[in-house]
Design a protein around this ligand. Structure first.
Ligand code: ADP
Ligand code: ZN
Ligand code: ZN
Length: 741
């Protein structure tokens, strides 16, 4: 009897697939890639058929209960890719499949009607209601507060995401009459309605370096069989133009392309350039409504779409005839997913391209050292774009030594006279400035000057950040909000002070120093929800704001020719993080922020305020010297045996009881050491994570280093029997981790 048994991958953290019998009525319906319902431990769960067979050695198999959807949603290509992800990233096949299929497609929403949430209290009473809720229902208080800051209608799911709570929390608010839920059709996606200008539709003639990069890409494309090209080009060197023309060729040959960009670079500006050149594009980002996502997914699958532009998960877009994958700003950490499956979209892109015979283009001004080394070793082709297009100069970068700043009465402790003077100078010429600081909120540390007590999150081992507009201290890890006590809870003195600089204080400080200058701020507090991002950008683009203060969000992708000055405040904060990539991140960040200026004919200047101007990350960033940076940094990594000279994995164990967590970590480390003596792998730890507690869970970690990924996987396999069973503790295996906190 053919195809009597089906192998089913369940979306559970279990390392195997399960065999079920296909009942008569479902024969021919249960095919690889089809979602099914099957009994598991007494209940029905969703799973994916990953294979069929005529026979089984098992004595007793249960029947599949039913099939889902109108047909299989997972192609043979996706089955193979997700299998690879499960093996490589040490997760279950079911988890990998679940990640590859967007929620809107799985849940099969048939129309764009959504449950929306609106406040039911007058705006001037919101603060009181939030306060009344704060003690007994802090999550509800936070959700209500977040809702009140939104300028548009939020869907239930969207608000839950923004407020980091469950939909039940919001429904509880509805029961109390503080919000109302309704069914509505949701606005169109603002990213899809951008209209390009006439000039953007015409492809410029490429410069020689661009042309040679394009020829490398198309050479691989014509040869067939895939291949990877690293396009290493400074900001403004015309990388995007190279992608556009490469895609054009691939599309003309009947192929499709996927372009991955970091989520925060997925701005209307970026989308417009693709829209201008291609008739059928799809944009996939995390703010899409589920209905939209489903629509786009089906449009892609049907072959209507030529180019998919999207963030991390767009790497799973069901593009038939895939000819090209572009990963722009391939060094961006947002390409790494921070929950299982902990995949890196750049690395998945390389594997998908290889399996599909599609060319993969990685682009960056500051390539990840892993990619750079692969290119140097000849595993990837390297195309260099050494200068900006049309001979435009790189902005001059000036390091301001903050140790040498003397405080002038009425002056600023955070902003150097040099930077302030230059901003004023730009204002007088009606040009614009961007001031970057990688920290949101008002002050970053609240403490007692008498006894040293500090305001820490009661759930996490971190200081809370004071947000002035909300007049609350917030934990940036778990979202907890708390009042700043007027008196010190320990010594009862009234000596509670707050220090440290966040973007909110920076904005206030600039306003004090530059009275009557319209200043905008862009960070995740000011741009919540769909469309808000665009409103701030429009205001800056139209010149309504003269100065824009912001976090990461202003570091990437913005292209305003009138911006002739960029200031970087506290440039060295990231240098002190206990992470072997701290230097790389700092160099990347300063280089990226510098790229936001000098994009027009007026040129640009960058002022970097630092306490360590002599540090090689600062020196090389100031000199636009990536190669110099890479040389020093690679030498450090080689000495320490860190990636790219090894493969790394991190095992994080967390739980509510510190002693149990520590014991489990030692047990796992012991099991690994016992087995993996001769493999050449190195184990560091166990040790408490740099952030020892998050959301009331204590954390220990183990770092594994090995020459090959097979060594790492063997070590993890050796440790797995010691992973604690039950739900009290969790173990996360993170292959190629990008964060060590
Ligand atoms: P990158 O992606 O490296 O930052 P872009 O492709 O965005 O660079 O190019 C920077 C600017 O130069 C854009 O405004 C783009 O339209 C323009 N540009 C790119 N290539 C050319 C070219 N060959 N001739 C004229 N302008 C170009
Ligand atoms: Zn005190
Ligand atoms: Zn917290």
């Amino acid at each position: 009897m053919p195809d009597l048994y089906a192998d089913i991958a369940l979306n559970l953290a279990v390392d195997q697939t399960f065999t079920y019998q296909v009942p008569e009525g479902l024969r021919g319906e249960v095919v690889p890639g089809r979602r099914v319902r099957a009994p598991f431990r007494g209940r029905a769960v969703d799973g994916y058929c990953v294979g069929l067979s005529d026979a089984t050695e098992l004595d007793r198999v249960l029947d599949i209960e039913g099939v889902l959807d109108d047909g299989p949603l997972i192609s043979a290509e996706m089955l193979e890719l997700t299998r690879w992800i499960a093996d490589y990233y040490c997760c279950s096949w079911g988890q990998a499949l679940e990640a590859a299929l967007p929620g809107g497609v799985r849940r099969a929403i048939r129309h764009r009607m959504q449950t929306v949430v609106r406040p039911a209290v007058e705006p001037d009473r919101v603060a009181d209601e939030v306060e009344a809720l704060e003690d007994r229902s802090p999550k509800q208080a936070h959700a209500l507060h977040v809702l009140s800051t939104l300028e548009h209608t939020a869907t239930l799911q969207e608000l839950a995401g923004l407020a980091d709570c469950s939909t039940a929390t919001i429904r509880a608010l509805a029961k109390k009459g503080l919000v109302v839920l309704g069914r509505e059709e949701v606005d169109d996606d603002p990213l899809l309605s951008v209209e390009p200008s006439e000039s953007e539709t015409v492809a410029p003639e490429l410069e020689p370096a661009q042309d040679s990069a394009l020829r490398r890409i198309l050479g691989l494309h014509r040869r067939g069989g895939g291949g990877v090209v690293l396009v290493h080009g400074v900001t403004g060197s015309g990388k995007t133009e190279v992608y556009l023309q490469a895609i054009d060729r691939v599309v003309a040959d009947g192929g499709g392309a996927i372009v991955l960009v970091p989520e925060i670079s997925l701005t209307p500006q970026t989308v417009r350039r693709f829209r201008a050149r291609f008739e059928h594009i799809a944009v996939l980002h995390s703010n899409l409504t589920e209905g939209r996502r489903r629509e786009q997914w089906h449009a892609i699958q049907s072959g209507e779409v030529q180019v998919v532009v999207g963030a991390r998960s767009a790497i799973f877009a069901p593009m038939p005839n895939l000819g090209l994958i572009v990963v722009d700003e391939e060094d961006g950490t947002s390409f790494k997913q921070d929950q299982a499956p902990r995949y890196h979209a750049r690395d998945v892109a390389v594997v998908r391209g290889h399996k599909a015979g599609a060319v993969v283009v990685l682009g960056s001004a500051t390539p990840a050292l892993e990619s750079y080394r692969n290119a140097r070793q000849g595993k990837y082709e390297l195309a260099r774009l050494p200068g900006r297009v049309q001979g435009r100069p790189m902005p001059k970068v000036e390091l301001v030594d903050m140790r040498k700043q003397s405080f002038v009465p009425g002056g600023s402790r955070f902003l150097s006279q040099r930077l302030l003077g230059l901003i004023a100078n730009r204002l007088s010429r009606d040009e614009q400035s961007i001031v970057f600081l990688n920290r949101r909120g008002f002050s970053t540390y609240v403490f007692c000057t008498r006894c040293g007590w500090a305001l820490k999150c009661s759930h996490c081992d971190v200081s809370m950040t004071y947000h002035r507009r909300a007049d609350r201290a917030m934990c940036h890890h778990c979202g907890l909000r708390a009042r700043v006590p007027a008196r010190c809870p320990d010594c009862k003195s009234d000596a509670v002070k707050s220090i440290g600089l966040g973007t909110e204080k920076l904005e206030a400080e600039l306003a004090r120093q530059l009275p009557d200058v319209p200043i905008g701020r862009m960070d995740s507090d000011t741009v919540r929800g769909r469309g808000a991002h665009q409103r701030v950008l429009d205001a800056f683009g139209s010149g309504r704001f003269k100065v824009l203060v912001g976090t990461q969000m202003v570091a990437k992708g913005l292209d305003f020719p009138n911006v002739t000055l960029v200031g970087v405040v506290n440039a060295d904060t990231a240098l002190h993080l206990p992470d072997f990539r701290a230097g790389e991140r700092t160099h990347q960040l300063v280089s990226q922020v510098a790229g936001r200026t000098g994009r027009g004919p007026k040129g640009g200047l960058v002022v970097v305020q630092t306490w360590q101007p002599e540090h090689y990350t600062m020196q090389t960033a100031a000199g636009h010297d990536y190669a110099g940076f890479a040389k020093t940094e690679l030498e450090h990594r080689r000495q320490l045996g860190f990636p790219p000279f090894s493969r790394a994995a991190r095992i994080v164990i967390d739980g509510e009881v510190p002693g149990e967590v520590k014991q489990a970590a030692y047990d796992i480390a012991g099991a690994i050491k016992e087995q993996s003596g001769p493999t050449g792998g190195v184990l560091h730890g166990p040790m408490p994570c740099p952030i020892e507690r998050i959301k009331n869970r204590h954390r220990h970690h183990i770092l594994l280093l090995g020459g090959k990924s097979g060594v790492i996987r063997a070590m993890i396999a050796a440790g797995r029997p010691a992973f604690p069973a039950g739900r009290r503790m969790r173990v996360a295996v993170d292959i190629d981790p990008v964060s060590m906190l």
